[in-house]
Design a protein around this ligand. Structure first.
Ligand SMILES: C[S@@+](CC[C@H](N)C(=O)[O-])C[C@H]1O[C@@H](n2cnc3c(N)ncnc32)[C@H](O)[C@@H]1O
Length: 226
C-alpha cells in the first residue's frame, strides 16, 4: 500500500485537542506524548528548521528511518550535524525516539509523516543532505510509479538542498539503482558523486543493508550531489 501521512494527522489532532482517544494503541499514546522530539508534519511546517538545540548545524534527513538505529549512530558519532529521521509508522517512530532519549542526543529528532509531503513543507535550500536507504522497491512493473525516487521527488529534494547538498541512496534493487542514477542526472544532479566525508566521517550500515549482507545479496549505493 502507498504510504501517506494519516498517522501524522492523527497525532497532530490528539495533541491539539489534548485527547487520549488513542484506540487502545500504546504506540499512538506514546507518540502523542513525545512532543519536542517527535514532530508531526503540522509542527514541521510551523517550526522547521528551528527544531534542534543548535540550529546553526547542517541538517541531514534520513527518509524511512525505520526504528532509528542509523539516526542515533549518525547523531552520536557526528555531533557536527543535526539529523531528522522521517518515518510513517507509530511503532517505528516511538522506537526511534526511545533510542534518541536513551543516548541523550540533542542533534537527533524524528518526524512522523510521508517524506514527499514533508519536503513540501520545508523552506528551499534548508538542508545539507538526505539519506534514502533501502526504500521499498515496488518490484512489479505496474507498481513502479510508487517508487519514492521519481522525478517529482528528486526535483523537490533538489530545491530543498543547499548548493552542493547530497542525496545518498542505497538499494538492493539493481534496476531501481540504475534508473535512479539516470533520472538524477536528467534532473541535474552530479550522479554518482563522492560521498560527503566532510559531514559524515564513515559509512554506517542500515538494518536492511545488514540483513541483505547476511543473506549474501548484493546491494548498490551512490551519492548524488546538487
Ligand atoms: C525497507 S525499509 C528500510 C529501512 C531503513 N532505511 C534501512 O535501510 O534499514 C523502508 C522504510 O521506509 C518507510 N517509508 C517508506 N516510504 C516512506 C515515505 N514515503 N516516507 C517516509 N517513510 C517511508 C517504511 O515505513 C520503512 O520503515
Amino acid at each position: 500500500m502507498r504510504v501517506n501521512s494519516r498517522n501524522s494527522d492523527l497525532i497532530a489532532k490528539l495533541r491539539r485537542e489534548n485527547s487520549d482517544d488513542t484506540f487502545g494503541n500504546p504506540y499512538i499514546q506514546k507518540a502523542k506524548q513525545l512532543t519536542g522530539l517527535l514532530y508531526t508534519l503540522e509542527e514541521i511546517g510551523e517550526s522547521f528548521p528551528n527544531i534542534f538545540q543548535d540550529n546553526s548545524l547542517p541538517i541531514i534527513l534520513e527518509i524511512g528511518c525505520y526504528k532509528g538505529a542509523n539516526v542515533v549512530e549518525l547523531g552520536q558519532y557526528n555531533p557536527n550535524v543535526n539529523i531528522l529521521g522521517i518515518e510513517v509508522r507509530y511503532k517505528r517512530v516511538v522506537k526511534s525516539c526511545e533510542k534518541i532519549t536513551k543516548r541523550q542526543l540533542t542533534n537527533c529528532k524524528i518526524a512522523i509523516g510521508e517524506a514527499n509531503e514533508l519536503l513540501g513543507l520545508i523552506p528551499g535550500e534548508s538542508i545539507t543532505g538526505a539519506f534514502v536507504f533501502f526504500p521499498d522497491p515496488w518490484l512489479k512493473e505496474k507498481l513502479r510509479k510508487n517508487r519514492l525516487l521519481n522525478e517529482n521527488f528528486l526535483k523537490r529534494l533538489q530545491s530543498r538542498l543547499k548548493p552542493g547538498g547530497f542525496l545518498w541512496f542505497k538499494t538492493d534493487d539493481k534496476e531501481y539503482f540504475e534508473d535512479s542514477l539516470v533520472l538524477a542526472r536528467e534532473v541535474g544532479y552530479e550522479a554518482p558523486a563522492p560521498w560527503p566525508r566532510e559531514l559524515v566521517e564513515r559509512e554506517y550500515k542500515s538494518r536492511f543493508q545488514e540483513l541483505f549482507i547476511s543473506q549474501g545479496k548484493p546491494t548498490y549505493q551512490a551519492v548524488m550531489r546538487k
